[in-house]
Design a protein around this ligand. Structure first.
Ligand code: NAD
Length: 438
């Protein structure tokens, strides 16, 4: 099977490398010359555990290549996946589909013979119809089918997720396309990953419904955590007590600083817009978006309370910048709002993140001081704030931190420490939803 992947980002690169690993011939096309240059020289443009080895092995075997020559790649392909970004459009929050439609036009002009065009990008209901229209308009003689095949991988465990998905969703009514898609995913089918066939619009909506539900689940437990603080209950126990109920499930029930990342914020917003346009508003998702947005600044206020109500002139140390561990992705990370709010109130910021500092620099205020270790962050700090639960932050030497800090205050926005342990070490400890109002 000859596969072309348009877009070599988190999804395109991981999917392309995994398809090559299944034995298909894959060419990844990207417009970003720097990204291609890095890939051709064996350097990864993103941090994703295991990706470097997978790319190297499959490139060496001649099954995986990288190019900016879309025309040559697409003209020889059986299947072309579109895996370009669909960020929030400035101004109205709807999904910006210009990259998807741009790719569709280029594919249409380049393809020859029956070609299956697959949207792997997360796209609103009806986008497949528009891609179909664009392709037919650009190349009236083209023989093709447009399929929706949304991706559910998570950054940080993307390869494992891609190779062992809970399900594969394929949206098409075209029999020939359906057979080709089954061929592409056959190695996973042998692993017993179920393939769900449905119509294209249903597949497009399934992805948004799944993401919106997960975002709502996180937001639900965050609100419960706030309530725990007010009434003297413990959110960790509430989560466990809820999550063991199999109808609810334990995942995505960890209270924290609010969801971020490249998917949940933009996808919830895009779903709200789609639903409003369809005269079928999704009030629960509207509330989720608004509650989550307010939460990030509320986390900064929690830090300010922990240091006695004022941060002007004080140094605040931030541990973790990325929206979650094991990625370098900074898109919509809660750290951005938290740091901006603290800077607005006059704090000096020192920060450390194992992988995300390069991506963080353009997004954070220019006077943030980046450090090489958590202990360097702690020097002269009036508080340390754990924003992302990287493993290196789970067993910090509290005695060592205490000796270098201006005042021993730990604000744990991920609840990775036991309160009594931190307090016994002589710290003021604030966390999320564990009894006392932090
Ligand atoms: P990304 O920004 O990391 O990568 C997109 C890539 O596409 C970039 O390298 C860009 O240069 C390239 N590109 C844009 N237009 C192009 C064109 N016309 N021709 C060639 N290359 C082009 O994006 P991502 O995080 O991989 O997300 C891609 C899509 O997958 C989005 O719709 C996203 O919602 C969805 N998705 C993302 C994740 C995730 O965890 N990141 C998970 C599931 C689904």
């Amino acid at each position: 099977m000859r596969i072309v992947m348009i877009g070599a980002g988190y999804v395109g690169l991981v999917s392309g490398a995994c398809f090559a690993d299944f034995g298909h011939n894959v060419i990844c096309v990207d417009k970003d010359a720097q990204r291609l240059d890095a890939l051709r020289n064996g350097r990864m443009p993103i941090f994703e555990p295991g990706l470097d080895v997978l790319v190297e092995e499959n490139s060496e075997q001649g099954r995986l290549g990288f190019t900016d020559n879309l025309i040559e790649a697409v003209s020889q392909a059986d299947i072309v996946f579109i895996a370009v970004g669909t960020p929030s459009r400035r101004g109205d929050g709807y999904a910006d589909l210009s990259y998807v439609y741009g790719a569709a036009r280029e594919i249409a002009a380049a393809m020859s013979g029956f070609t299956v065009i697959v949207t792997k990008s997360t796209v609103p209901v009806g986008t497949g119809d528009e891609v179909e229209r664009i392709v037919a308009e650009t190349n009236p003689k083209a023989e093709f089918a447009v399929v929706s095949n949304p991706e559910f991988l998570r950054e940080g465990s993307a390869i494992e997720d891609f190779k062992r998905p809970d399900r594969i969703v394929i949206g098409t009514d075209n029999e020939k396309a359906r057979k080709l898609m089954e061929e592409v995913y056959r190695p996973l089918y042998l692993n017993a990953s179920p393939i769900l066939h449905m119509n294209r619009r249903t597949a497009e909506l399934t992805k948004y419904a799944a993401n919106a539900f997960l975002a709502m689940k996180i937001t639900f437990i965050n609100e419960m955590a706030d309530l725990c603080e007010q009434v003297g209950a413990d959110i960790q126990d509430v989560s466990r007590g809820m999550g063991m109920d199999q109808r609810i499930g334990a995942k995505f029930l960890h209270a924290g600083p609010g969801y971020g990342g490249s998917c949940f914020p933009k996808d919830t917003l895009a779903l709200v817009k789609t639903a409003q346009d369809a005269d079928s508003p999704t009030r629960l998702i509207e509330a989720t978006v608004s509650v989550n947005e307010q939460r990030k600044r509320a986390m900064a206020r929690k830090v300010i309370r922990a240091v006695g109500g004022k941060v002007r002139g004080k140094t605040i140390g931030i541990l973790g910048l990325t929206f979650k561990p094991n990625t370098d992705d900074m898109r919509e990370s809660p750290a951005i709002s938290i740091i901006q709010t603290l800077v607005d109130k006059g704090a000096e910021i020192k920060a450390y993140d194992p992988e995300g500092m390069d991506q963080a620099k353009p997004l954070l205020p220019p006077n943030v001081k980046y450090c090489k270790t958590p202990y360097e962050v702690a020097e002269e700090a009036s508080a340390l704030v754990i924003v992302t639960e990287w493993n290196v932050f789970r067993s910090l030497d509290l005695d060592r931190l205490k000796t270098v800090m201006a005042s021993p205050v730990l604000v744990d926005l991920r609840n990775i420490y036991r309160p009594e342990q931190v307090r016994q070490a002589g710290f003021t400890y604030a966390c999320i939803g564990r009894g006392d109002r932090g």
